[in-house]
Design a protein around this ligand. Sequence first.
Ligand SMILES: [Ca+2]
Ligand SMILES: [Ca+2]
Ligand SMILES: [Ca+2]
Ligand SMILES: [Ca+2]
Length: 206
Amino acid sequence: MRSRWMIAVLVSVAAGFLFVGSAAASVVINELMADPASDWSPSDGNDEYGSLEDEWLEIYNIGSEPVDVTGWRLRDAVSDSSWRYGFEGVLEPGEFLVVYGNEAYDWEDANGYPRNGLSMNNGGDTITLVESDLTTIVDQVTYESFQMLDDRSYGRWPDGDAEWRVFDGLNPMDPPATGLFPTPGEPNAGSPVEAVAWGRIKALYR
Ligand SMILES: [Ca+2]
Ligand SMILES: [Ca+2]
Ligand SMILES: [Ca+2]
Ligand SMILES: [Ca+2]
């Protein structure tokens, strides 16, 4: 009896360590822009707007340990399930990493996938980040059309928070959602202009 009890304790302690040490627990999708209206990508070789090349998605390590994101992938829920991007490298604590649409094209070309870019649908979509086993979901976000309209981004505020907000500083909603500006690769900073109840905003745009 006693040894069985000890095994049970050891197993739960080990499970606890596994949970605490889980990479998935400390990296989040932090912000994204599905419907760009200007040239956002610094790596697309142009200063013109492209509906696909200038989409972007930001991930963020909210934990205190570096996380190796090599082999992690992105996909969206709409149309097909082909992979859109594969990450490489280590995300340090507090570090942001942004993928632009043109970089997704490059990854797709190099890995034999259809040329979709990130293809985050303007009419609403679900974007999923999975670990290198291509099954374990690290994080997932679902948005609606109005949250992404022309140069609005959708993100956690503050960084890594459970709540998502619309950053509408470039294309204000009425009433303003936050008045905050999109920040690819930078903290989701600033203070919302007005403490408008999110439920009220959603009701207006449904
Ligand atoms: Ca789009
Ligand atoms: Ca561009
Ligand atoms: Ca550019
Ligand atoms: Ca940001």
